[in-house]
Write a protein of this length. Sequence first.
Length: 194
Amino acid sequence: MNDVFTLLRRAADLLPEDAVSEFGQTVGDVREEIELQEWEIALDVLFDIAEVHPVSVTFWELLSEAARQMMLDHSRRWCEWRGWEVQHGTIRATLTLLGAEEGGCQSAFSGDGRLRPLWDIGHRTAAGQQDLNIARLWVEFAPQLAPGETADVRLAPLLPEQWQHLKPGDVITMHETQPAVGIAEIIEVLPPRV
């Protein structure tokens, strides 16, 4: 098994030498942090560079294992999530949870990809009834989302092929049961990058 040093170095080697994050960080900066054993900083810089440059599933697998070895569970789940997106595509939306007084959620939920709500994305059964689809939910830039709050989210559908018709501007609803507990507007749909 590779150690954290090796995993991070191998991930950096998968990037083009001229890769730069939106904050101006370079692959050279990553290598310097690795040599200084600033592994968590190196991991964060690799995340930032990957926001700008397309990366492979292997890149995310290496970072996931490095995060696991560093006992950074949230970072490990993020790497697994991003690896899934490389294979299946990315769906981002702005989600507003309805307040409890509107029939929405009763409490906040963790935004780290473990919640698997149902979504109305426009499908209907043969009888014309609403046919809900499952997608995991990752809240961007927040550890949780509470009733009445709005945040940008990423969705990982159980059956990605059923979501291919969505495009920016489409509105979908989130359900725990009936009625809806949240309303989301699609802001970005990216195809797989494999």
